[in-house]
Design a binder for this molecule. Structure first.
Ligand code: KG4
Ligand code: ZN
Length: 352
């Protein structure tokens, strides 16, 4: 059984063999965040204190097929996210997991949240590409794109990860969230920008703006998104609606989505080619983005193929944003249990 409380979600799940999700429950304080336009750490943690036990109960009750009423009979180990994340939020999940490990006399496996996101691909149902392996083969290149992180990771095997690039300022999801806020599109920004962008038909309407693509041609695999936010702010504040129809919210959203996805796709595919990986994984909240998925597939198809490449993977939509099932899968494939007393929060836990 896995518990995840690193940011604003409170999640619990029961996972078998690292691939089969027997149950998954997620409670989100998204309404609270919408009110404040983002996550307020103190408020998030207080919500999590209230919801963690009900969410765990729900995950245990929803196990399919049913395994009986005593969790000690069918739970072999506990897994919990210990970082990176908000310290108050992390502690809620960690203390709960430690208490259960002590009570049930089960081992507990600490999990890095980013590693958790990577394993969202292992728990996804078979994709619509028959004939390809459903489990990624190594070496794999992973793009982790969420509200807090944008990283390119070379994965040689389970437990053998090397970061080859990351954002120097804002994360891609953060860029969606902040630009959505500038445009007044609501929270969370990613889905809001995507929805507005969808209103624009690329053929019928020529977009009146062109945003920069920061670091697109930089030889490193690092990213930078804060300039994009500033550019949107300048353009949007400069376009006074009283001066007539200049730029609509939908047009701005469309170009924001194009700029962010152009950067993510180019960097990822360039790295994949350089390291001649066998699979590419795109995970995290932003991997839910339809345009990102479409562009990644299109651009990959246009590349000259390299030997051994097999497949591009995205998680099932249910597992793109924070959940505990991915944490359970990560713990299974990286099974290093600890005594409960030695488990603590690591708010700035890095990948290596
Ligand atoms: O992985 P996640 O739930 O939390 C973190 O670990 O950060 O990611 C949340 C992020 C938010 O920034 C949200 O705006 C973004 O993922 N997101 C999207 C979409 N759905 C969620 N961004 C673009 N398009 C989407 N469809
Ligand atoms: Zn996350």
């Amino acid at each position: 059984m896995a518990i995840e409380t690193s940011c604003d979600e409170t999640a619990a799940a029961v996972v078998e063999n690292g691939t089969k999700v027997l149950s998954s429950a997620v409670a989100s304080s998204v309404e609270l965040q919408a009110k404040y336009g983002g996550v307020v750490p103190e408020k998030a943690a207080r919500e999590q204190v209230k919801s963690v036990i009900p969410v765990i109960e729900e995950a245990l009750l929803r196990v399919r097929p049913p395994r009986g009423s005593d969790p000690r009979q069918f739970i072999d180990a506990l897994a919990v996210t210990i970082g990176p994340g908000l310290v108050g939020s992390l502690l809620v999940g960690i203390e709960t997991a430690k208490t259960l490990a002590f009570l049930w006399q089960k081992p507990i496996v600490p999990v890095n949240h980013l590693v958790g996101h990577i394993y969202s691909v292992w728990i996804s149902p078979p994709s619509n590409q028959p004939g390809f392996p459903n489990i990624p083969s190594f070496p794999a290149l992973v793009l982790i794109v969420s509200g807090g992180h944008t990283e390119l990771v070379l994965m040689k095997n389970h437990g053998r990860l090397k970061e080859i690039g990351s954002t120097r300022d804002d994360a891609a999801g953060e860029c969606f969230d902040k630009t959505a806020r500038i445009l007044g599109l609501g929270y969370p920004g990613g889905p809001a920008v995507a929805k507005a962008a969808d209103q624009i038909s690329p053929i019928s309407q020529i977009n009146p703006i062109r945003l920069p693509r920061p670091m697109l041609n930089d030889p490193s695999f690092d990213f930078s998104f804060s300039g994009l936010k500033t550019a949107v702010l300048k353009i949007w504040q400069g376009s006074d609606p009283r001066e007539g129809p200049t730029l609509t919210k939908n047009q701005a959203a469309h170009e924001i989505q194009e700029a962010i996805t152009d950067i993510l796709v180019k960097k990822t595919l360039t790295a994949a080619q350089k390291y001649k990986v066998k699979s590419i994984l795109v995970v995290g909240g932003v991997s839910a983005n339809k345009r990102l998925r479409e562009k990644m597939f299109l651009n990959l198809a246009n590349l000259s193929p390299w030997p051994n490449f097999s497949k591009l993977y995205f998680p099932d939509l249910a597992y793109t944003t924070d959940n505990a099932a991915m944490v359970g899968a990560a713990a299974f494939f990286n099974y290093r249990p600890k005594n409960w007393a030695g488990v603590g929060a690591r708010p700035s836990f890095s990948l290596e």
